[in-house]
Design a protein around this ligand. Sequence first.
Ligand SMILES: [Fe+2]
Ligand SMILES: [Fe+2]
Length: 162
Amino acid sequence: MSLKNFGELTPEEVMTLAINVEESNGTRLRTFADLFSDYAPDVAGLFAEMADEEDRHRDQLKVASDRRFGEFECTVTEDDVWEVVEPFDLEAGEHFVFDDMTLRRALESVLAAEIRAETFYRQACEGAKDPDLQELFRQLAEFEDGHVQWIEKRLESLGGTA
Ligand SMILES: [Fe+2]
Ligand SMILES: [Fe+2]
């Protein structure tokens, strides 16, 4: 199946994807917060805080969606629009070694997801005809930009090269 272009999506599909983006980024962040809670509690705390913010973004989007569109059927998923970025192997289970390298990989994985979310909202903002939705997507792009900057700062503080 070929990937859809952003311009081909209906406003309802954009909204559905936005909610999916928040849910999957929230889940990713919460997973990392749990995994790194002993090894790197400061970064784990940051991940947890960001996960809470993604929950709030999701709730905001749901309210806006109900208000603007009411109930609707939508089958589009993230997989229809972009390649799934999942470079981090969480299946390693008990063999998982916690060190600065895996912390770096976790941060890089989150960074890629946050950049994708920001890009998504910038495109959604450009494409939105409804001024309220346009404003909501603009704000969300800014929040995601904040997440990108936090993560970049943490990566810098790890030092060295990848
Ligand atoms: Fe978000
Ligand atoms: Fe985010």
